[in-house]
Design a protein around this ligand. Structure first.
Ligand code: ZN
Length: 490
């Protein structure tokens, strides 16, 4: 792995990072959104991407230039930055997408990498094989082997200062994604796109997206910059950043606009179905949906594309601010309420508790308990792990209480959903300062009862009394029988 990425801040698996791009002479702050420029159809001019939207980096397809005599000569003569009139960072794809769509392309990895170098690309891409979801394992393994051969070829190409992508494939086999990640990380290539996830996203299979990304992340390790290839819908940015993805590309802003589709952080709307715009971007502030419907095709498409791009950049800023403030998981939890498939994605993320617990920062500003899923957050998992290591004196009688301390016991601890028991002197430390609802849910009580069980198991010679306020029977079933249970609310 190249040495061009530094992590500045972390929340869940998400991070604020700096990607150094030597050829452009700049660093790009991540997570970063790269609008996709189709050179044939410039719905929004690249120069405006910078001035009106703040884009620092964009992505275009070098194969589109390579495959056309006119475009190729112009790009070689003037350079890509001049042709596109964009002086930020330009990433180029290789034609792998065309390979996936049409079954063959007429270029090798050395040819396309040298071409990308010659037209001035800042980050180039070899020709990998994007294996779709759900193929049989043999095909996934064969195609992965081909991709890995191409990465080895790419390492031998003179790419100058251009950074080079090392795509991670493996279809929907998390263990193949993991070994692909480990292999890519061991190359001297620089940026790691997780490929061929678009079909999963198109089918709202966000749980599977999370498992695929988690597989790749396990192989790649913490310090690798990860590009979630083809993830341009703002509704999934919070989840994908919380999974540790650093770069995103959006073709969606333009493709959706062509079909009169309007992006929001809660999903996609048809322009025809809207009476009001739930947005304050310049387009939505100046037009009503009815006015937009009356415009000509080209103008309507441009304005919709502008709105789509505004909402996309705004969500990325929202995600980054949440990450910086340490409440990224609260944002993921909020976004997960927009669609049941997003909820699957969030629950799949929580299933990777070991990854989360390893990387999530141990101290943040505040923990907001927002739903039953909050009971599975890494802070709760970590507290429970800690209970295994908290030693109490054998033979002591210990009160675990939601009420005040009592002199009748050798020691009094607090107990609180969703964490369970903790010593009183920890009550002002994160995450035990959590804001929780007065009307706690079943999952929160259950997690607290499991905490009691963990502490009791770690201290078999200690006698425990649990004094709770109206915990439901289903939760109390997790408390071992040797713990005396008293209901303070009765
Ligand atoms: Zn808008």
């Amino acid at each position: 792995m190249g040495d061009h990425f530094e992590i500045r801040d972390q929340d869940a698996l998400g991070r604020i990072g700096e990607l150094t791009v030597p050829r452009a002479g700049v660093t790009v702050e991540t997570p970063a959104l790269m609008p996709v420029i189709n050179p044939h159809v410039r719905t929004i001019e690249p120069s405006r991407m910078q001035s009106a939207f703040g884009a620092e980096i964009l992505i275009t397809n070098s194969y589109v230039f390579y495959g056309s005599d006119d475009y190729r000569e112009e790009a070689l003569e003037r350079g890509l930055h001049d042709v596109l009139e964009f002086d930020g960072v330009i990433v180029t794809d290789s034609g792998s997408f065309q390979l996936a769509e049409y079954g063959e392309i007429d270029v090798t990895t050395p040819e396309i990498l040298e071409f990308q170098r010659d037209i001035g690309s800042d980050v180039g891409t070899p020709v990998d094989v994007p294996t779709p979801p759900d193929v049989d394992r043999e095909r996934a393994e064969d195609e992965l082997a081909t991709t890995q051969d191409r990465l080895a070829v790419a390492e031998g190409v003179d790419t100058g200062e251009m950074l080079v992508n090392a795509p991670v494939q493996g279809s929907t086999y998390p263990d193949l994604r993991e070994s692909a990640g480990r292999h890519a990380d061991a190359t001297d290539l620089d940026v790691f796109p997780v490929g061929a996830v678009v079909p999963l996203m198109n089918d709202y299979r966000y749980g599977d997206v999370v498992d695929v990304v988690a597989g790749a992340k396990r192989g790649l390790g913490r310090d690798a910059p990860v590009h979630l290839f083809g993830a341009g819908h703002p509704m999934m940015f919070a989840l994908a950043v919380a999974m540790g993805c650093d770069l995103f590309d959006s073709a969606a802003y333009a493709l959706y606009a062509r079909d009169d589709r309007y992006l929001t952080v809660r999903g996609t709307e048809q322009l025809d179905d809207l009476d009001y715009f739930p947005c304050s971007c310049p387009v939505c502030a100046d037009h009503t949906p009815a006015e937009l419907r009356e415009l000509g095709d080209r103008e309507r498409e441009e304005l919709l594309a502008e709105h789509n791009l505004h909402v996309t950049f705004r969500e990325m800023r929202t995600v980054k601010q949440a990450l910086r403030a340490g409440n990224l998981l609260e944002l993921v939890e909020t976004r997960a309420r927009a669609h049941p498939a997003m909820l699957d994605g969030y629950r799949a993320l929580l299933d990777h508790a070991d990854l989360l617990e390893r990387e999530d920062s141990a101290s943040k500003g505040a923990f907001f308990y927002l739903s039953g899923e909050s009971a599975r957050r890494p802070e709760v998992v970590r507290h429970h792990d800690r209970l295994d290591r908290l030693a109490l004196s054998p033979g002591d009688e210990v009160l675990l209480t939601e009420g005040g301390p009592s002199d009748r016991y050798d020691e009094s601890w607090n107990v609180r959903a969703p964490f369970g028991p903790f010593p009183r002197d920890l009550s002002e430390t994160y995450p035990l300062t959590a804001e929780v609802p007065d009307r706690m849910d079943a999952e929160g009580y259950r997690a607290a009862a499991e905490g009691v069980a963990r502490l009791a198991a770690a201290n078999p010679e200690t006698e425990f009394t649990l004094a709770h306020r109206g915990w439901p029977e289903a939760a109390l079933a997790a408390v071992p029988e040797r713990v005396d249970v008293v209901d303070l609310s009765g």
